[in-house]
Each structure stands twice: as C-alpha cells, then as structure tokens.
Write a protein that binds this ligand. Structure first.
Ligand code: SF4
Length: 344
C-alpha cells in the first residue's frame, strides 16, 4: 500500500498531485528569496525547494520560513552539517542526492530528521549516481532506480521512514523507464520530473511529455517541471500538465481555437491576455476565447464563459444562457468585466 508523507502538512501520496518548484534566488538573500516564493505561491505552488550551499543559506531559512506560507524544502549536497543547520532552522523536508554523502554523514542526517520528524527526498540523478549502482548497471534507468532504492534502504535502516523518491534524467525515455521501474518496487511517494529539460518550448515539451506520460499511468505524487526560466513558469506549466491529464480541475482553464481564415480580430492576443489574468486563479472554470462568431460558440459549448470575436460585433456567452451581442469596439473590456465577476 502506498505510503503518505506529510511535508509541513502538505500530504504526498494522497489527494491531488502537488506542484513544486525551486527558487533561483540565493536563500541568504532573504528579501529576494521571499519575494520569489510569494510569487510562486500566487501561481499555485504547493511546496518550494531552496538551495542550501553554505551556513549563511542554512541560517537564512528560518527568516524565509517566517514570511512564506508553503512548506520549504532544503536542498543539500555533500554536507551533513548543513543538513542539520537547515533542519534546525525549520526546513520542512530535506532533499539529498545518493552518493553525495558518506555513510557517517548519512547517519548524522538520519538522526537529525528523525528527531525533528521531517521527511527526506532521495533524489537520484543520472549526473550523480551512487557509485556501486553505476558500476553494476552503467548509466541508465536501472542504475537510477538502484541508486535511489539503495539510499532509501540505508535511511530506512537508520530509522527514517518518511521518504520521497525521484529518479530523474534529462532524457525523457530514460526518465519514464526509470519511474515505471521504480513504481513497481517502492511504496514511497514519488516526486516526478525530467531534469535539465532546458528552457522555452523544448523545455516545456520535454517536461510535459515525461511527466504527462507517467501521470497518465498513475505514477507520481508531486511534480516539478524543471525549466531554465522564471520558476513561476514551472508552476504554471505543472498545473497545465495536470489539467491536460485530467487530474486537476480546481484552477481556471483557458481554451482557445487555433484560429483560421474566418478569424477577423486579435483572437491570439486576447487568449494570451486572458491566460495571464487567470494564472493561479483557483476556481474550476473553463473560459473560451474563440476566433469567429460562426463556429466559436458551438465549438466551445462546454465553457462556462467565452467570447467569439468578429469584425463588427462579438458574442459573449455564458453556460446555459443566450449569447450576448456586443460591438467589437469595447468587447474586450466588456469581456474582462464579465470575467472579473466570474473569478470574483
Ligand atoms: S472557431 Fe472560427 S476562427 Fe476558430 S478555428 Fe473554428 S472556424 Fe476558425
């Protein structure tokens, strides 16, 4: 049976799939770090990870924690001392990497998290495999899984039961294969993502294909879309993936047509502006922006609210009501006023 792990009260392994991201600001630069986390919260981030590179970062964690509202995960490499300081400063979870801590350091980390009752993510990456696993399996999905499971077993032996596992690679097929293998072998919740996916369109595509393929098989309890971009985009993309997989209905969703020769107004621009307005809006709404009054309202029948544009007039329609005809000039302002009422 699947285990449930609580990260500062956010439960992984039950209920909806949680979205997480990681700050790009230095943790010790408290002002900027807090500002970034608050923007992530607004976009719908459930958990945030921060890098702890030195003692200054570790100590700053308590100041960050005081001013944010979501659990904060400390990302630690190589140092048991930093892990202890981060936990003492209030980290809600640790993320460690197999192979980056010596056995004696792992024991120190285990003692610390047990005392403070916080979970650990064992995050295996193809770039830093546990040496034994790499020697036995080479550099692929099996080595990732062995790496994560061996580190998890070592922590379990030391009395740490609340674990979350991840096995990421920058290759989508390797990532998907590794998680599928891992899901068969563990009951711990899984943090799913494709690492070093890049930025822009390709980064989003890689993250979406990898994470989406796993979610559709029922694999994954929390997701991070790693992008070389503003982390807010990671959160927006994660919610979009969850919605596309039919796993999340609580956030507003914008649908829009691809437009064609029938379109006689700036449908794409309006769709973008509407999308920007509803990012992070926590209401189960479907909003349609359609290219023409001829086919738009019919093609967007299941929307709660929509607009279909035309050269002289637009139709604004609400579920179950007669569409309203409004002059094209001023139609966007009228639609936004309508939208504000819906999203409250
Ligand atoms: S709604 Fe109108 S503009 Fe959009 S794709 Fe369909 S026919 Fe073309």
């Amino acid at each position: 049976m699947k285990r449930v792990v609580s990260v500062g009260g956010v439960r992984l392994g039950e209920g909806r799939i949680k979205v997480q991201s990681m700050t790009t600001e230095k943790t010790s630069g408290v002002e900027k770090c807090v500002a970034q986390i608050l923007r992530l919260e607004e976009a719908g981030c459930d958990l945030v990870r921060v890098a702890v590179l030195d003692e200054e970062d570790a100590r700053a964690l308590s100041l960050v924690k005081e001013r944010v509202h979501i659990p904060v995960i400390a990302d630690i490499h190589f140092s048991a001392r930093l892990a202890e300081l981060a936990v003492e400063a209030g980290a809600d979870k640790l993320r460690i990497n197999p192979g980056n801590l010596r056995a004696s350091d792992l024991r120190r980390v285990a003692d610390c998290v047990r005392r403070h009752h916080i979970p650990v993510r064992v995050g295996a990456n193809l770039g830093s495999l546990e040496r034994g696993a790499e020697a036995r399996y080479g550099r692929g999905a099996e080595a990732l899984v062995a790496s994560a499971l061996e580190e998890a077993a070592a922590l379990e032996k030391l009395g740490v039961e609340d674990l979350v596992l991840s096995v990421k690679a920058s290759s989508v097929p390797v990532t998907a294969e590794a998680y599928a293998l891992l899901a068969e072998k563990t009951e711990h919740p899984l943090h799913v993502g494709v690492t070093e996916a890049g930025g822009g369109l390709m980064g989003i595509v890689k993250g979406s294909v990898g994470i989406g393929a796993l979610l559709l098989r029922g694999i994954g309890d929390t997701v991070r879309v790693s992008l070389s971009e503003d982390p807010v985009l990671e959160v927006t993309a994660a919610h979009a993936i969850l919605r596309a997989c039919g796993l999340e209905r609580e956030f507003a969703e914008v649908i829009s047509c691809p437009t064609c020769g029938r379109c006689e107004y700036d449908c794409m621009g309006l769709a973008r502006r509407v999308q920007e307005r509803v990012i992070g809006v926590k209401k189960p709404l479907k909003i349609a922006v359609m290219g023409c009054v001829v086919n738009g309202p019919g093609e967007a029948k299941d929307a709660d609210l929509g607009i279909a544009g035309g050269r002289e007039f637009c139709l604004i329609f609400e579920r179950g009501k007669e569409p309203q005809r409004v002059p094209s000039e001023g139609a966007e302002a009228a639609f936004f006023a309508w939208l504000e009422e819906w999203i409250g």
